[in-house]
Design a protein around this ligand. Structure first.
Ligand code: GLA
Length: 701
């Protein structure tokens, strides 16, 4: 489908979720899989949940085979008992449709329900996700069990929320999927001629005589047509969204009140969550930052900001996280209780109104037997469980945060279609990764305590970027004319606009725009290019005012990965290539943009930067600091960038300071504040021990 342009793309009616959190406070709990345990254990679970401050559990994610052990059977009595026990203890239930793992009989009776990979291999039962999203038979069975479950439990007082499937992400290349892909293409293009045009099938003799000849991009002898591949990604995302929607509709028909959601996976490559977000009553995310990656606190913050932005700024929830180690990486570093607590509070700082884990009780067997849980194999008398109890207490103390917003004056453009198209096969460099660039730019602002929203480029066009003073375009390979206009309008009302390399390269069909690039932005930027040039492994030294006069050309900062042969037309050159293929060409430029409202002073002008390469961090920091300064944007805490790995986020009237570093931080924050978590009072200087978090409110405010 063409991207649907509407402000309502964002998560719609949050009344149900807002009502839930107004009642329960910040949500706290996890996936609960009672089908793995006996009745006596259920009672112990619920007693310990209550002791840990758990107020919500997600039940039934993988219970289909227990409900329907034989085709058409319904065995719900055990769930009646579980829900009654939870309800009696005052623990709310997020009841899942069990559709992520059909019983083995479904694949045996109907092999077409099983997914087929790009090599034509049909996958089998024995794990999970063994369904083809296009399979009519799978969908009929999924809707039938969903309907019976919802009709039985919609009136149950413990059920307060609905959870569709689990991490919808299955892609299928089989025959039924091929037919569905063709239907999707017909709806998009109408005629095969239009499809041929969009896919540029004159290249390599790919012209189709009819839709019937078209296939998903299965294994091919050589490079895939990038437009075909892009459309298959769009189709696959839409197909998964259809699964969500049809189960959601079954729920809605019975229960119009309670919020319905599914668990997203951050920057997940197989689904365009901008197009999904308006279907979710609350955006929910599963996040498993790698404790072994020193950059994960900043990356996790970015993902959290994406989740907040998908919901148009409204509260979201962390649906799954790990209390300790996961078990699905090759080498699973543990997460200390302090780190786990920090990650929970970080999500809340960035707008989450709930923190839940996978899972409540550690499985004794099965694929996830070594995955951490809120209640480990060793039981409640453990460091991990003590940490869980502590977080429960913290979240209860933060009740006033519920519903509060995170204000941001900086926005970064990001969209899945651009990401997909930019990383198709056969391009100037395989080393330029959209997310790497986005993360690098974000990290600079995170370090400085500057809040960032994310936006789909076409939504920027709709809103006219109202409210944002700095607009970042780290890398938007596909850029619509409307989005390009919106960037121009932002700069001409005084905003700083910063555009990164390999942006605006192609149109929505992934055809390269001809002319000096970035074609749609060259006037705004006052610079344009004619060649992309992958840079040597060692990088290329830069010179110019951004670099400073004292840097020796051979030991100074270098451009990496990709450069562009640029020529200025009205922009000032801040850095240029010192040697090599691009010697003398501009690498970073800045142009003052006159204000459209006639305000003429230089100080009030907007500014447009072009960063035509991947800059080393210190230079990127200078560019982004300049952009923020000119727009009058500063961090929530002055001087934060001098305190490595200390994060500060304002949410409503709470200021969260999270010390991800291994050393105590002394943070200058003028005024008298108290820490909601510890009760400590600080005047002008706030001490945050290594690994700790404070949540400040102004005293006598
Ligand atoms: C995902 C899934 C869970 C579980 C966890 C393990 O979040 O939704 O079912 O497998 O991963 O980390």
């Amino acid at each position: 489908m063409p991207h649907e342009k509407s402000a309502t793309r964002r998560a719609g009616d949050l009344a149900g979720f807002a009502a839930l959190t107004a009642d329960l406070g910040l949500l706290y709990g996890g996936d609960y899989n009672p089908e793995q345990w006996d009745r006596r254990t259920w009672r112990e679970d619920i007693r310990l949940m209550a002791g840990a401050g758990v107020n919500l559990v997600t039940v039934g994610v993988f219970s289909w085979a227990r409900y329907e052990p034989r085709p058409g059977a319904r065995e719900f009595a055990w769930l009646d008992e579980v829900l009654d026990l939870l309800g009696a203890a005052g623990i709310a239930v997020d009841l899942a449709t069990p559709t992520a793992s059909p019983p083995p009989w479904l694949g045996r009776l109907h092999p077409d329900t099983l997914p087929v990979d790009a090599d034509g291999v049909r996958l089998v039962a024995g794990s999970r996700n063994q369904f083809s999203p296009a399979s009519r038979v799978y969908r009929e069975h999924a809707l039938a069990i969903t309907r019976d479950l919802v009709e039985r439990y919609a009136g149950h007082p413990a059920v307060r929320m609905w959870h569709v499937g689990n991490e919808l992400g299955q892609v299928c290349y089989g025959d039924e999927s091929a037919a569905a892909f063709r239907r999707w293409l017909r709806a998009r293009y109408g005629t095969v001629e239009a499809l041929n045009e969009a896919w540029a099938t004159t290249v390599w003799s790919q012209q189709y005589a009819s839709f019937d000849e078209v296939l998903p991009p299965r294994r091919m002898p050589y490079h895939v047509n990038p437009s075909q591949s892009l459309d298959f990604r769009r189709y696959s995302s839409d197909q998964l969204r259809t699964l969500y929607r049809e189960q959601r509709d079954v729920i809605r028909a019975v229960d119009p009140e309670r919020p319905v959601t599914t668990n997203l996976m951050g920057f997940f490559a197989l689904a365009d969550y901008w197009s999904w977000a308006r279907d979710l009553d609350v955006v929910a995310d599963d996040a498993y930052p790698d404790p072994g990656d020193p950059r994960s606190p900043a990356d996790a913050a970015l993902t959290a900001d994406l989740m907040r932005s998908l919901g148009g700024g409204r509260p979201w929830m962390l649906m799954e996280a790990a209390v300790g180690a996961v078990s699905w990486r090759d080498h699973n570093l543990p997460r200390s209780p302090e780190r786990s607590r920090r990650e929970a509070l970080q999500a809340v700082a960035h707008g989450a109104d709930g923190v839940c884990y996978f899972q409540w009780r550690a499985s004794r067997a099965g694929a996830e037997r070594f995955h951490s849980a809120m209640l480990p194999h060793a039981g409640a008398d453990t460091r991990v469980h003590a940490g869980v109890v502590r977080v429960g207490g913290d979240l209860a103390r933060l009740r006033d945060v519920v519903g509060q917003r995170v204000p941001a004056r900086v926005v970064a453009l990001f969209d899945w279609e651009s990401w997909w198209a930019a990383e198709e096969q056969a391009r100037p460099t395989g080393r330029l990764r959209t997310l790497d660039v986005l993360r690098a730019w974000y990290r600079v602002l995170w370090d400085a305590g500057v809040a960032v929203d994310l936006v789909h480029p076409d939504d920027l066009a709709i809103t006219g970027s109202a409210g944002y003073d700095v607009v970042l375009v780290p890398q938007s390979y596909l850029l619509s004319p409307e989005a390009a206009d919106a960037l121009g309008r932002a700069a001409s009302r005084g905003a700083s606009v910063v555009v990164g390399c390999f942006t605006g390269v192609a149109d929505r069909d992934a055809h390269v725009r001809t002319g000096r690039f970035p074609v749609l932005l060259a006037d705004l930027l006052g610079v344009s290019g004619e060649e992309w040039a992958a840079l040597p492994d060692a990088g290329v030294p830069l010179a110019g005012p951004l670099v400073g006069p004292d840097e020796p050309a051979d030991a100074g900062p270098r451009a990496h990965v990709l450069g562009e042969l640029l020529r200025t037309d009205g922009a000032e050159v801040l850095a240029s290539y010192a040697v090599g293929h691009l010697a003398g060409a501009p690498a970073v430029t800045r142009r003052r943009v006159p204000r459209s409202d006639g305000v003429a002073t230089a100080a009030d002008a907007g500014c447009a930067w072009y960063v035509g390469t991947v800059l080393p961090e210190p230079l990127l920091r200078r560019v982004l600091a300049d952009a923020c300064e000119r727009a009058g944007v500063s961090g929530v805490v002055p001087g934060l960038a001098d305190l490595p790995d200390v994060e500060a986020v304002r949410r409503g009237d709470h200021l969260f300071v999270l010390n991800h570093s291994g050393a105590a931080a002394h943070v200058r924050i003028p005024g008298e504040h108290s820490d909601v978590l510890s009760g400590s009072v600080f005047t002008d200087l706030v001490d945050v021990p290594a690994g700790d978090v404070v949540v400040l409110t102004e005293r006598n405010a």
